[in-house]
Structure formats: structure tokens, C-alpha cells
Design a protein. Structure first.
Length: 255
């Protein structure tokens, strides 16, 4: 849904009957709006997962994992060596295909089956969520996750665990996180992406003590690099709607 005042669904509801018949609307909705779109606006649900017995989302995730493993030697060696006592082998390669892991593996020390198990396990955890798979592979690539066991129990199960791990890696203490908390609050409260100057004045309006200098503000902005992304119009927004929703739920006391 849009974050610019009125929700997209309300706009659709208002103008839906005036649209020409040759125009089809394909909309993606969070759970609480699905019944409204189906029962009120008479949208037909389209399922990308499990449609006609197919399993394309998982196969796409496995292919994406195969691409990342082939591309990065750090991920490749990390996965291939999980649970292996003899670390003499350093090369492994996994190949994906349009129908899943059916192409041959080229891995020394039996690492091919290990990487195949990893790809299948990650796909089962992600449940069609490419953000989950991407961020998990990013953590492995950066050395923050080490798959010590062949069961891959160290892998985060939910996006919530991944977001929490990212914040724990960035901020070693609550005091460190409190330095950027006003910035996150401003981003959550704003209906539109804000420029740095707008964020600066909004953050200082929240502070009851001495206002931040511009230099202090920019230092805190740098701490959120990757979590705040710059748009083409030089405004800033949180890197993904799921992260925004997670922060809101945390603020409301939910997991």
C-alpha cells in the first residue's frame, strides 16, 4: 500500500467503476486488505505459490542461491565446509536450472550434495521470500553467519530474526541504538520520503536537549547506511517495506 496519505485500495475503490473495461488492475496487498479486494472490489486472487501443483517460487529461490554460491567464493567455501572436519578442499560449484537442482555439481570433497542441501534448506526457510534468501546469503558473504553444522541450524528462520541480527551487528548496545532511534522514528512517522535537511529539522524537533549539529546528524545517518537508501530525487527511505512494518510492530510491542 502507498504511504502518501490515502491507501491505494481506497483510490481503487473510488475510481474502479469508472475505469475502462480494457484496463486490468493487478494489485498486491498485505493480509488485512485481501478480503476487501476480493469481496468488495471482486478481484480474483492469483497465487504464485502452489498454483496447479507447481513449485516455481522454491525453484526460483534454489536457482538464485545457485547463482550466489557460484558467484562468491566465500559463500561457496562456507557452505561446502559445513560439518566437514577436513577443510583441505577450497573449490566448489553448484549449478541451477529452470527446474531446480538437476544439473551436475562440480565440487571436491563431496561438497556438491552439501551445497544442494543448503539451497533446498534455505528455500524451505524463505518460503518464496527472496528478501529472506538474499539477506541470509549477504550475511554469509560478509562473514556474519558461519554454517558450522551440516544441518544449517544457524540460519535465521524468519525475516524478524534477520532484521534483529542486522541491528545487533550495527549497534553493540542499547545506548548505541538510541543514537539513531530518532531518525528511525522520523522515517516511520513521515508519509513521504524526506530529504536530509527535512530529516535534520524533524529529528531536532524531537529532542528536548541540545539540538544535533549537522556533523553529528550526518554521523548518525552513516550508521544507518544500507537501512536508509537514497532515492533519485535525493530523498531517503527505509530500504524495504517489510523492514518498516517490522519496526512498527516492534514499536507496538509485537514480535
Amino acid at each position: 500500500m502507498a504511504q502518501s496519505g490515502s491507501y491505494c485500495s481506497l483510490w481503487i475503490a473510488e475510481y474502479y467503476t469508472t475505469l475502462t473495461l480494457c484496463l486490468a488492475i493487478v494489485s498486491l496487498s498485505i493480509n488485512q486488505w485481501q478480503s476487501y479486494l476480493i469481496n468488495v472490489l471482486y478481484h480474483l486472487p492469483i497465487r504464485l505459490d502452489g498454483c496447479n501443483g507447481s513449485d516455481w517460487p522454491n525453484k526460483d529461490l534454489i536457482d538464485y542461491t545457485a547463482y550466489r554460491v557460484n558467484k562468491d567464493a566465500t559463500i561457496r567455501s562456507n557452505i561446502a565446509m559445513a560439518g566437514v572436519k577436513n577443510h583441505s578442499a577450497s573449490h566448489s560449484e553448484i549449478y541451477g536450472s529452470g527446474t531446480g537442482l538437476q544439473a551436475p555439481f562440480q565440487v571436491s570433497n563431496g561438497g556438491g550434495s552439501q551445497v544442494a542441501r543448503f539451497a533446498t534448506h534455505l528455500a524451505s526457510l524463505a518460503k518464496g521470500n527472496f528478501l529472506h534468501a538474499k539477506m541470509t546469503l549477504d550475511l554469509i558473504e560478509q562473514g556474519h553467519l558461519v554454517t558450522k553444522s551440516s544441518s544449517f541450524k544457524v540460519l535465521p528462520v524468519t525475516l524478524s530474526e534477520i532484521f534483529l541480527l542486522h541491528l545487533n551487528l550495527r549497534f553493540a548496545s542499547l545506548r548505541a541504538f538510541e543514537r539513531v532511534q530518532p531518525l528511525l522514528c522520523v522515517c516511520l512517522a513521515s508519509l513521504n520520503p524526506m530529504s536530509l535537511l527535512e530529516m535534520y529539522h524533524s529529528v531536532n524537533a524531537l529532542l528536548s536537549d541540545e539540538p544535533l549539529t549537522w556533523e553529528e546528524f550526518m554521523q548518525r545517518i552513516k550508521l544507518l547506511k544500507g537501512l536508509l537508501v537514497q532515492r533519485s530525487d535525493d530523498t531517503y527511505m527505509l530500504f524495504h517495506p517489510s523492514f518498516r512494518e517490522w519496526l512498527v510492530r516492534r514499536e507496538d510491542g509485537a514480535d
